[in-house]
Design a protein around this ligand. Structure first.
Ligand code: IN0
Length: 409
């Protein structure tokens, strides 16, 4: 992040300071150092695959930490196979469909990943993950294996099928992310840290995954099309572009923006379920684990909405913004305020000329009202004007004293 970004966003600098203070001092008590040799290696794999999210998993309640670390690594393994364009179709399908059995096979490793797979090393050492998985309590193993099975079959289906209709889009996202929500909710209940009902309200759990995955798919359009694939449903993009390549070409920019905004709107529709899901989570570390990806997602959607850069490059929220979001994902009220803030940004960018204008207004209005009515302190206040006024006063005072040095005394 450039220096100027920190100057322009002092609240993010503050969040970064506290994040470093909390995470930097390597006092021998960090959770990962308390675990056995093989499990320690699994936490190393986790850090290798996702740095910031690894920290959130390590802070989970000890009853869930190892199970979720292993669930995450198993899903990463499956995803690495799904993603690999160098594995021939039939072999890929067989691997995906058998993966729920593979996780019980002592010594299984996979060394044939293509050169582009960033998590290839995880599969090279997958025997370590398998050994630790088999040491988990049976209740956890059953849930993880069941989700791996359903996901593997779903992914295998989509190695042939394409995402054409909105139903396909929801189904694909269900396989790759909604099922993760199912699995996590069932693990939370199984641990006894959350109510049994959490593991039963699976439609809400599905929406949690769909909001994340739809955000990723919307954001990654440029990279995906350049890699020769597209997860935006044809039902949406074909209204505005003849081919997937046209979708990201500069000459089609105005029309493609309509498609982009429709993709964002489709994702925003999951917000009520996300709020309802988070409302039922009681254990603080589970709450944070669930809330962080969701606040990152609303910030990403707000960044992508009506932003032509999405079609040209891979846009990303600032590091400082991410750290601020982490610090604001501790409880439901704070998460609601975060959502409210980004919904306002979306509202400000909503263009009356866009075909989605009315729908965006409806979704944003309703979500903002629901948040305002349920927040203890009423609707969140926008402090931007106040910050700006304070900055202006300080600036004016500096100018004044610079020009009238005599006034210092
Ligand atoms: C996740 C999800 C995740 C976390 C908490 C609750 C969830 C409920 C339902 C569905 C998914 C849930 O979160 C991670 C977040 C993540 O990995 N962030 C990365 C960012 C990135 O771009 O890779 C980071 O480095 O910070 C997530 O995105 N997915 C995921 C995978 C496994 C598990 Cl156990 C939990 C992936 C996906 C496809 C969205 C489900």
């Amino acid at each position: 992040m450039a220096f100027i970004d920190w100057v322009l966003h002092p609240t993010e600098l503050w969040a970064a300071f506290w994040y470093v203070m909390r995470h930097a001092p390597p006092d021998e008590k960090t959770p990962k150092l308390q675990v056995s040799g093989d499990m320690k290696r699994c936490y190393d794999f986790l850090e290798m695959t996702s740095r910031s999210f690894a920290a959130v998993i390590q802070e989970l309640h000890p009853k869930l930490r190892d199970a979720i670390c292993l669930f995450y690594l198993i899903l990463r393994g499956l995803d690495t196979i799904e993603d690999d364009m160098t594995i021939p179709g039939a072999k890929k399908r067989s691997l995906l469909e058998k993966f729920h059995e593979i996780i019980y096979q002592d010594g299984w490793t996979f060394k044939e990943s293509g050169p582009d797979e960033k998590d290839a090393l995880l599969l090279v050492d997958f025997d370590v993950v398998i050994a630790e998985f088999k040491r988990l309590p049976t209740g956890y193993q059953v849930i993880i294996a069941d989700i791996t099975k359903n996901m593997g079959f779903g992914m295998a289906k989509y190695t042939r099928a394409r995402v054409e209709s909105l139903e396909d889009y929801n189904e694909y996202c269900h396989y790759v992310a909604g099922l993760v929500g199912h699995g996590l909710s069932r693990l939370f209940s199984e641990s006894g840290l959350e109510d049994r009902s959490v593991g039963e309200k699976l439609a809400l759990a599905n929406s949690m995954g769909l909001f994340l995955q739809k955000t990723n798919i919307t954001r990654d359009i440029n990279e995906d099309v350049l890699d020769g694939r597209c997860f935006w449903p044809k039902a949406i993009w074909s209204k505005f572009a003849d081919t997937e390549d046209t979708l990201i070409s500069k000459s089609n920019r105005d029309k493609s923006m309509n498609a982009l905004n429709e993709m964002c709107t489709n994702a925003l529709a999951h917000i009520p379920d996300v709020m309802e899901y988070l409302d039922q989570i009681n254990e603080p570390t589970v709450f944070k684990f669930c809330a962080i990806p969701q606040t990152m997602a609303i910030a990403t959607i707000a960044l992508c909405f009506n932003n032509p850069k999405v079609l040209d490059t891979n846009v990303k929220i600032r590091k400082g913004e991410a750290l601020k979001l982490i610090s604001q994902s501790n409880n439901l009220d704070s998460v609601k305020r975060v959502f409210y803030r980004y919904l306002e940004r979306i509202e400000a960018k909503n263009d009356p000329k866009d075909p989605m204008y009315g729908q965006v207004r409806k979704i944003v209005d309703k979500a903002k009202k629901d948040i305002a009515n349920s927040l203890k302190g009423g609707a969140p206040v926008n402090h931007t004007a106040a910050y700006f006024a304070v900055a202006l006063v300080i600036f004016a005072a500096l100018v004044f004293f610079y020009q009238n040095p005599a006034a210092w005394i």
